[in-house]
Design a protein around this ligand. Structure first.
Ligand SMILES: Cc1cc2nc3c(=O)[nH]c(=O)nc-3n(C[C@H](O)[C@H](O)[C@H](O)COP(=O)(O)O)c2cc1C
Length: 401
């Protein structure tokens, strides 16, 4: 992919170097355009060296190189598959939202017909200012995309929202926008559940399981990259992926409520969460002292989320996951028919497999029986293969009205 990276005059400009390295390492072709103010924070030489291309900029000495004797701001804008401004100052955001073009980057931004991504970074009061928020809303109205700033201690020493999102998140957003996806789920609204749930005994003690949520998060990314508008209902601690509307939940009950609220507007669900099957009968509002701790705890069944969705189903498809440690295919097939799923992805978790960051493999099962195994490959690739397989399955077995 051809990435044109605009770098503007903020402290976070130094992070552009890390981003270029990640992009180049991933095989992307990167060219940089640096504003005058940006060149006070990072040198054109750094950007040129890391990208392996001359660095373009407002200062004439930085844009002598031309691919041909044509018009640079148009040529460069046409060259790019995506124009990402990282970091983006309040100034460049304001200029573009108002149609101003007084240097190369702002001119490129108006000339661009490719996807445009903004990664703003500024002081928290600047970011919260209604003028900046209004400008961001204008850019979103032009179908530009935003990687929102993070919260924390800012370079100025103040605390709040305004620091550049992590380089990893910006990298993901560029990849997601620029990928040439299969787009089988374009226009579809897909709900994905992921992660463990926590069933609390008291404010410090909890019942949970070994799921991290990685596989479900990768499924949500794969559906997003296949064109779907994805709603992720997420338990656990992993960060939410870019471009996915994420609701964080803790308990099975919270997950159920979030799912039921979304369900009527969805086209389907991919249920990858490891929902706790039981919860303590009682939640103690104060921490229980060691000497008062009971030796036995009464557990109650948590709500069955898939069964509830199945009961409330009108037109939606349902894709489930089965984590099984024995009688793998038989148990997964039983779950498939009991819950009325369109398909189920069987995850073999015997001997600790399937958890965490390792490569994984899945066996897709439909009412016609198991198909060929997907993987073992890293979970991000596995999720893409699973979504492609499922799209194919839905095509062969379209939903009945
Ligand atoms: C030390 C310093 C740090 C700055 N950091 C930021 C910043 O993080 N975000 C921002 O929007 N502006 C910041 N500014 C202000 C911009 O540099 C200024 O608005 C400049 O005109 C932006 O030009 P550009 O958008 O063409 O790069 C900073 C200024 C200085 C002197």
């Amino acid at each position: 992919m051809k990435v044109l990276l605009g770098v503007t005059g903020g402290i976070a400009a130094y992070k552009a170097g890390d981003l270029i390295r990640m992009l180049v390492r991933a095989g992307h072709h990167v060219r940089c355009c640096l504003t005058d103010a940006g060149s006070r924070f990072i040198t054109p030489l750094t950007l040129a060296t890391l990208s392996g291309e001359p660095c373009f900029g407002a200062n004439p000495e930085y844009h002598e190189w031309r691919p041909n004797p044509r018009v640079e701001h148009v040529d460069l804008a046409r060259w790019a598959d995506i124009l990402a401004v990282v970091p983006a100052t309040a100034d460049i955001i304001g200029k573009t939202a108002n149609g101003l073009a007084d240097d190369l980057l702002s001119t490129l931004l108006l000339a661009a017909e490719c996807k445009v991504l903004w990664a703003p970074a500024m002081n928290r009061a600047m970011w919260g200012h209604p003028a900046v928020q209004k400008n961001i809303a204008v850019l979103l109205g032009y179908e530009h995309h935003v990687v929102y700033p993070a919260s924390g201690v800012l370079a100025c020493g103040e605390e709040g929202t305004g620091k550049l999102a992590s380089v990893e998140e910006v990298f993901e957003a560029i990849g997601a926008l620029g990928s040439a996806p299969l787009k089988q789920f374009t226009g579809k609204r897909v709900m994905v559940t992921a992660g463990p749930t926590h069933e609390d005994l008291d404010p410090v003690r909890t019942l949970t399981n070994r799921s991290t949520g990685r596989m479900g998060i990768e499924m949500s990314r794969a559906f997003r990259d296949a064109g779907a508008a994805v709603h992720l209902i997420l338990g656990g601690e992993l960060p939410a992926p870019w471009g996915i509307d994420t609701i964080r939940v803790r308990s099975a009950e919270e997950m159920l409520n979030a799912c039921l609220a979304l369900w009527p507007d969805m086209d389907g669900v991919c249920a990858a969460a490891a929902v706790a099957d039981q919860r303590p009968e009682r939640f103690e509002p104060q921490k229980v002292k060691k000497q008062d701790a009971p030796e036995t705890v009464v557990l109650l069944r948590t709500p069955d989320i898939l069964a509830a969705l199945s009961n409330a189903r009108t037109h939606q498809w349902m894709l489930g996951f089965a984590a099984e440690s024995e009688n793998l295919v038989q148990n997964a097939t039983e779950k498939l028919s009991k819950k009325g799923l369109n398909a189920i992805l069987l995850n073999d978790i015997s001997q600790g497999k399937g958890f965490g960051d390792h490569d994984n493999c899945l066996i897709p099962i439909t009412r016609n029986g198991p198909g060929g195994a997907l993987g073992p490959v890293p979970k991000n690739q596995l999720a893409r293969e699973a979504v492609a397989w499922f799209a194919n399955h839905l095509e062969i077995n379209p939903l009945k009205d």
